[in-house]
Design a protein around this ligand. Structure first.
Ligand SMILES: [Zn+2]
Length: 245
């Protein structure tokens, strides 16, 4: 394939644009914010699960507290009724003894229930503290996730800007080049990642391999409008004064 040296040198501009487009694509896939977001989402899920668990414990305890209060209340009411009955003077001596006996039992029961209630309240207090702490952790995880997402979006917007500029460069450069040269360039680019490079100091600018003596001799002997490629990586080797020929 033939192309004027000046045309071949334009391939270097195109290669520079494509190298940057490659960097943009690579950066898009490897933004640190992506891993950060993944971790933040995982953490948020865990904390939300933990919050549901402690909230469930809290409402279970709440129900128990209510039940306990109702029980204490019914014991109190029963004792109250017994006392009213005793004071009414309308009960027999036998009934009086029974009532006194029942009041003693009820007092013991009430005291036991109140002890339980105290313990229950302490547990409830601890679980409520847990709920508050876990809810704060959920809030923090949500903020961290939102923050990482904002930074990711900013980074992507920057990449979009760079990409738009380089795409425009490409649209300007490609039509100025011969079609068959561009086709060769694109083919090598698609397979090897670099379509053209400068031959500098006998080294391929794409794969960095130092060319051997006989290859250098061949390139030196080739007409300057001959399109030469690296034997190793296939990149179009653009010759300039820096090529060391
Ligand atoms: Zn090479």
């Amino acid at each position: 394939m033939k192309a004027e040296p000046a045309v071949q040198r334009q391939l270097l501009d195109l290669a520079k644009v494509d190298a940057e487009l490659n960097r943009v694509a690579h950066r898009r896939r490897t933004l640190p914010e992506l891993a950060e977001i993944e971790n933040a989402e995982k953490l948020l899920r865990e904390r939300r699960d933990a919050l549901v668990a402690v909230q469930t414990s809290a409402s279970d305890l709440e129900r128990e507290v209510v039940k306990q209060e109702r029980e204490v209340e019914s014991v109190r009411a029963r004792a109250e009724r017994d006392r009213t009955l005793m004071q009414s003077g309308s009960v027999s001596a036998k009934q009086l003894t029974d009532l006194e006996h029942e009041l003693t039992t009820l007092a013991r029961r009430q005291s036991a229930l109140e002890d339980d209630q105290l313990e229950l309240m302490e547990r409830k207090e601890a679980v409520d503290t847990d709920v508050q702490r876990t809810a704060a952790e959920v809030d923090r995880a949500e903020r961290e996730l939102a923050d990482a997402a904002t930074r990711r979006d900013e980074a992507l917007a920057d990449l979009d800007t760079t990409q738009a500029r380089r795409d425009a460069d490409r649209e300007r450069l490609v039509p100025a080049l011969p079609e068959n040269l561009v086709a060769l360039y694109e083919r090598v680019l698609a397979h090897k990642g670099i379509g053209a490079a400068l031959l500098r100091a006998r080294r391929c600018g794409a794969c960095q391999l130092e060319l051997d003596r006989s290859t250098i001799a061949e390139i030196k002997a080739a007409p300057e409008d001959e399109v030469v490629q690296c034997d190793n990586c296939g990149a179009i080797l653009v010759r300039t004064l820096e090529s060391g020929l």
